[in-house]
Ligand binder design. Structure first.
Ligand SMILES: Cc1ncc(COP(=O)(O)O)c(C=O)c1O
Length: 386
């Protein structure tokens, strides 16, 4: 797959000189941090958008039956899940939904459990809503992250802890939670009346022989499950995609839905609608191509790091790799500055995902194989040898 050079000319946050300057101290760094892809978007999406742009105007729109049909097919075909249209609500973003859910179902000071190292916005949303961040850190067993079930039980039993947010596949460590692991989580939530939010934004990027299980598969056992997802990551549409929540519990869904109404957050964007519908209907071959490029990139890194002190935590899903530098550095800040200066590459520092990520780095590999190999070689060369 060819990287589209035109992307670099777009005003992307990823390569915004001001953002790079403030994060990395340099405006010209090679950005391999934020989770945007560098692939040209799928041709059917391009065609559909072009057609829509030249087609009459942009009046108010609704999502037609054809949209829901395409979405329903996607879930059925790829996950064996029969979506109930009445359970879906749309919002501008996943974090909007999470934030509203927290406000509507917890009180100031209540605890929301997260599993760091994890997508940093979870922590921000909890803090911004004046709730307490309760950590159930993942544990690294060998080269695989696992859920600390005993610790989760201890956190879940506390009366004030009302919500658990999981990330599946997990950003940044790349785990795809197994059915058995999810079952344990759901059981704990059910026993303690905890609302489970499962952020499944990365669900379509499943690598190698791993199998994705949606938390939706457990709603018959426990209704207080909210699945937040979007196709923004899957089809590289972060600049236009919206998000959806799938909620079978009437009370939770109605409550979130009425807040959306109150703030008029439910408007249908014509381009989003068109892009998503064509992605669901015709985007799969493109996605398969992307997944095989990501797998190739991950294997190349594994190969390059074979006898290195930098350890790859092999991703099961997502297009990020999580690199362990604990054998090379002992100070997080020093590591970040040293690597940035000596590689010229901008990676996400692990501690941005919580202090549990200290001395790790996240690298975005949704780009060409040549670029990934060049980057990992530069990183290998830059690290101190002793
Ligand atoms: C796990 C996870 N959830 C949510 C988002 C962002 O979603 P949104 O922009 O819809 O809030 C990201 C973006 O990187 C993510 O990694």
């Amino acid at each position: 797959m060819e990287i589209d050079k035109k992307l670099a000319e777009l005003p992307l946050t990823k390569s915004n000189p001001k953002t790079l300057e403030s994060l990395f101290g340099k405006s010209t760094i090679e950005p391999m941090w934020v989770a945007d892809m560098e692939f040209e978007i799928a041709k059917p999406i391009q065609e559909a958008l072009k057609k829509r742009i030249t087609n009459s105007g942009f009046g108010y729109e609704y999502k037609p039956e054809s949209f829901f049909a395409s979405q329903k097919n996607w879930y059925l075909k790829h996950y064996g899940i029969e979506l109930n249209k009445n359970h879906i609500i749309f919002s501008p973003s996943i974090t909007t939904t999470i934030s509203i859910l927290i406000e509507n179902f917890t009180s100031k000071g209540d605890g929301v459990i997260i599993q760091p190292p994890v997508f940093m916005e979870f922590r921000e949303v909890i803090r911004n809503t004046k709730r307490s961040v309760i950590k159930n850190p993942l544990k690294l067993v060998g080269k695989q992250y696992q859920i600390n079930i005993q610790d989760l039980e201890e956190k879940a039993i506390v009366d004030n802890n009302k919500v658990l947010i999981i990330c599946n596949p997990h950003n940044p460590v790349g785990r795809v939670w197994t059915k058995e692991e999810l079952k344990q989580i759901v059981t704990i939530c059910k026993e303690n009346n905890i609302i489970l939010i499962s952020d499944e934004i990365h669900k379509d990027i499943i690598l190698f022989d791993n199998q994705f299980t949606s938390a939706l598969q457990f709603v018959n056992d426990y209704e207080k499950i909210v699945v937040c997802t979007s196709e923004a990551k899957t089809f590289n549409l972060c600049g236009i995609a919206d998000a959806m929540a799938i909620i079978s519990n009437d009370e939770i869904r109605n409550s979130i839905s009425s807040t959306f109404k109150k703030y008029n957050l439910g408007r249908t964007n014509a381009l989003t609608r068109v892009a998503l519908e064509s992605a669901y209907n015709q985007g799969y071959p493109w996605l398969l191509d992307v997944i095989s490029t990501i797998e190739k990139n991950s294997k190349s890194i594994e190969c390059e790091l074979e006898n290195s002190k930098i350890v790859l935590i092999k991703p099961e899903g997502t297009y990020q790799v999580w690199l362990d530098f604990r054998k090379v550095y002992s100070d997080t800040k020093e590591m970040f500055v040293h690597l940035t200066e000596n590689t010229g590459i901008g990676l996400n520092a692990g501690h941005w995902f919580g202090r549990e990520g200290a001395l790790f780095m996240r690298m975005n590999i949704a780009t060409t194989n040549e670029k990934v190999i060049d980057a990992i070689k530069r990183i290998k060369k830059a690290v101190p040898t002793k």
